[in-house]
Design a protein around this ligand. Structure first.
Ligand SMILES: [Zn+2]
Length: 61
């Protein structure tokens, strides 16, 4: 377990370039579900999903 290589292969970082954007807050949002209803807030909401990392967010309309 102690013999962990302290650096990653360059190819891996290129592959995860999009996720770096995501970690900096630059998500690629697409509309996931058209409209829903937030019962707690009593508002209509639209759900968005990031195409890269799969994170979801809701936006009240
Ligand atoms: Zn993302």
């Amino acid at each position: 377990m102690a013999d962990i290589i302290p650096f990653k292969k360059p190819r891996l970082s290129v592959r995860h370039k999009g996720k770096t954007l995501c970690s900096n807050g630059f998500h690629k949002w697409i509309e996931d579900k058209k409209t829903g209803f937030d019962v707690k807030k009593g508002k209509l909401i639209t759900q968005y999903k990031c195409t890269r990392c799969g994170k979801t967010r809701v936006k009240s309309t």
